[in-house]
Design a protein around this ligand. Structure first.
Ligand SMILES: C[S@@+](CC[C@H](N)C(=O)[O-])C[C@H]1O[C@@H](n2cnc3c(N)ncnc32)[C@H](O)[C@@H]1O
Length: 260
């Protein structure tokens, strides 16, 4: 049985996928080869690869470990950690790689003990957290001075202008975090599940990163699909063979490189 939080996160993604015409980008860049390769390359572009033997890279909220495995293969002497609420999914893709450690647990409990990292990834993790501000503070504390964090978040492209401040069905506005979010309340296996997933207008995202102490080094977008989020796909009943999500619609997430 998956944890309540994992289910909630998967259902929130599924709900966004199902909504289709929202113009939002719920899907992961990790399943798209070109996006994943770009992400892997960032650790070289922004990191200290000359010192690869001591290079420490974290994939925070690593899901099924698809990206974690590619990072480990690209930097074979680096120390790579995949961290997720359940570490067991990540093992599927990383069990045969010697330079990967997968850690199951809440990042708030495990990251302080594992710090500090030279480079960290948080791919589509901020939208699934209860409080993106707290998560960014945690990420900031987990990175060494001069280190970098690659963050992806769904953007608000395609939303009607007024939707970012009004309730439009599943899209709502959270005054406490000053962020729009998609909400879902439902039942799965007899359990009530409430999920929410934040979306990040660019100006608000940059404000959040800078308040946490980061400098925004770069901004771009990445193509996404649902390949690396099987839980959400399963929930929607999408057969992997028939999965054209992200190919018939141009779906992207925003990618920010942040420096401490
Ligand atoms: C949207 S998924 C993204 C997974 C993967 N990075 C990808 O892009 O395919 C968000 C992931 O963050 C994890 N997550 C959310 N909150 C977490 C927490 N407090 N501690 C550890 N992992 C967390 C979830 O379990 C989930 O696997």
């Amino acid at each position: 049985m998956e944890s309540q939080e994992q289910l909630a996160s998967a259902i929130a993604m599924a709900e966004q996928m199902a909504s289709g015409d929202s113009g939002l980008s719920p899907l992961s860049p990790v399943g798209v080869d070109s996006s994943r390769n770009e992400l892997v390359h960032l650790a070289q572009e922004y990191g200290d690869v000359e010192d690869e033997d001591t290079y420490r890279i974290a994939d925070i909220g690593c899901g099924d470990g698809t990206l974690t495995a590619d990072i480990a293969e690209a930097y074979p002497t680096a120390d790579v950690l995949g961290i997720d609420l359940s570490g067991k999914h990540a093992l599927l893709n990383t069990y045969d790689l010697e330079n990967v450690t997968t850690v199951g647990g809440d990042m708030y409990d495990v990251l302080p003990e594992l710090s500090a990292f030279d480079f960290a990834y948080a791919i589509n993790v901020l939208p699934a957290t209860n409080n993106p501000e707290d998560a960014l503070d945690l990420f900031y504390d987990s990175i060494r001075e001069g280190g970098h964090l690659a963050v992806t978040v769904p953007n608000t492209d395609g939303l009607p202008a007024e939707a970012s401040r009004q309730d439009t069905g599943t899209l709502r506005y959270d005054v406490s975090t000053d962020l729009p979010y998609l909400a879902f309340d439902g039942e799965i296996n007899g359990q009530d599940v409430s999920a929410q997933q934040y979306v990040f207008p660019r100006d608000r995202a940059e404000q959040l990163f800078e308040s946490a102490g980061f400098t925004v080094s770069s901004y771009s977008t990445l193509q996404t699909n649902s390949t690396a989020i099987p839980l959400a796909r399963e929930f929607l009943g999408i057969d992997p063979e028939d999965d054209d999500t992200g190919t018939d619609r141009p779906e992207t997430v925003d990618l920010y490189i942040l420096e401490k």
